[in-house]
Ligand binder design. Sequence first.
Ligand code: GCB
Length: 737
Amino acid sequence: MIRQPIMDNWIFSRLKDADVQKERWPDQGETICLPHTFAEDGKAWKGVGAYRRNVRTDPAWKVLFIEFEAVDQSCRVFIDGCEIGAHQGGYSRFRVQVPDQAIQNGRFELTVLADNRLNEHVSPHFGDFTVFGGIPRSVNLLICEDTHFDYLYYGTDGLILHTDVDEQGNGILDIEAHTVHPGPAELAVRVLDEQGKMVAFGEFDADEAIQLSVSQVRRWNGRASAHLYTITADLIDREHIADTVTLETGFRSIRVDGNGLYLNGEHLFLRGVARHQDRAGTYTAATREQIEEDFDLIDEIGANAVRLSHYQHPQAAYEQCDRRGLLCWAEIPMLKMTEDAALQENAKQQLTELILQNIHHPSVYCWGIQNEIAMFRDAPFMHEKCRELRDLAKALDSTRLSACANLYPVPPESELNGITDIVGYNCYFGWYYGDFPDFGKYLDAFHKARPQVPVGITEYGADANTALHSSKPKVKDYSEEYQALYHESVYPFLRERKWLWGVTVWNMFDFSSDRRDEGSVRGINGKGLVSYDRRIRKDAFYYYKAQWTKAPFLHICGKRYERRATETICIRAYTNCPEATLRVNGKVLGGGQQNGNGVILFENVPLTWGENRVSIACGTCSDEATFIRVEQEPESYRLLDTGEGNVLNWFLKGEMKEDCFSILDSAQTILDSPAAGSVLKEMKPGLYAALTGDTGIPLGLTLKSILSRETKDPEQILRINQALQEIRKIQSDDGRE
Ligand code: GCB
């Protein structure tokens, strides 16, 4: 097979609804190169986009496929105006076959309609991330002989690899080959190690089940040694190699129990970060180099695991996980489960594609079947559908774990905790609700109730806008300092619970979420440890670097919080060194000890008017910062929201009774309390009905942000807040409301 990219010279146009119906696409458009999204000036656009291009063919070509690495979200493909294929789901690879006549004609016109309008039958139809639409990944021609691997088999290369290690330490490779061969054909399979030495070889009839063994296999062992093997399969038709597929894979065992996760028999605590695929400028159409840059940052922080959320990522991302030894949580975009049968069929299709297209990656340790579906309800039909998805995952791949990520109000005894091999909880104590120590209490209560269930934290985090600063950081001030404090305070509760299979910080990178308007930025979820453009490592990034890396380094926090209006300041450094020395304007001011949590604090450091050049050194590493003493801190350090909802911050002015309910609580917290719930029911009956019904409003959002979208009347919102402030939160024995 010859792969020929067709990335340039596409004509793109945005269609009006009527044009889509009539399939009358405008002749004119913008000439673009792929990858491409619908985004305009950084804003998402919803609709149908037409991509058109002329493709030249050679009439001598026997079989031709068009390969789409992804089209977002639903797609129809036309050749010379005739529909020849379609695909539903914006993240997986699929291919269509070009009719013979079009090959014979020497050219054809290819049209792709990409549609990212909300579609209740295709996941995701809800989620805290932007569905940008478009053709965000590569498109290629695959030119094949009559005998070829079956490239139409769920977008795979027709070679499904199952790897395992037997008790004697031999690698077992079971291959499921899907081929198309008009006459008899054979397969010759070679296994090469990293030095290029052939360690196994076999010849088989193309349709027989294939098994090869690699004696004393070198295991893929995470960051310690990510050893990979290369599998090459030649498809032979009458002594001629008609087609070849090459895939990298690895051999390892993974097991879990109530005490954690074991990689090749050794206990391993997963120190993970989650990643969404988008970034500033290119959005979901990140290039291979940009993907590598993301993984360089993930390496730098010292993570040993990644959650590739909430959908199938480009192949390059799984390859990075394989090569760098990062254990990878792979998942489908099932974020809102309904009774719709087509939606479930689509989930099964996306799960099949996710698994079969990625089964060879040794880094993948689990297949995630749902994320927080209980946000809408926790009903028996959902358990049934989750079991179906779990069974499908197991049937396709019996050695991998099945997984799900649950919303924090899901009680330990919920059936949602008994379906998959491992469970993750998305918990935001200290951000959307509760307080830092709640992490410990919550997890202990879960472990006590279900000690056998392997549990971990799939999400935790806090938003930070790197322009906002405070020396007294508070929840929801969106300051860089609060985010750092949050992680410093929360991670110890997680780190010490060795029975967790691990954690994944939400999120490694800021990402786009068109439903958001908060923290003085529109359209961004700011929980990243690194900014959306990847230029800024926030302070919290270095907290984890201090936890997870060994090469000595030191980072001074608050560098962007440059202007200070106090006589003295507290300077914080994150480091993996035991102690360090502080100098201000060249003068040694003293030494400091690291507190066992990667932090050295220098309190009451005097500032002189104007510039104070600070350096902190320990052994071979040091860092510098400048703090400028001023009369007044700039107003720009404070949250100054422009969104309608956030105008309310000016009204609220910090006069909130913290032990009482308020509109800053999540809708879930309000509904969980009968008293607070009834305030809402009385004052906003329509919204109450919507929240308790199945209208799709995420209950994890604050009531303030939900109300702000419902009404433009801040007075009414304030009245609701006042009524909620009359109701005290009652603490139960375990500290939860
Ligand atoms: C969650 C969701 C994730 C959101 C995150 C947040 O629980 O799973 O998609 O982005 O919370 O930041 O609120």
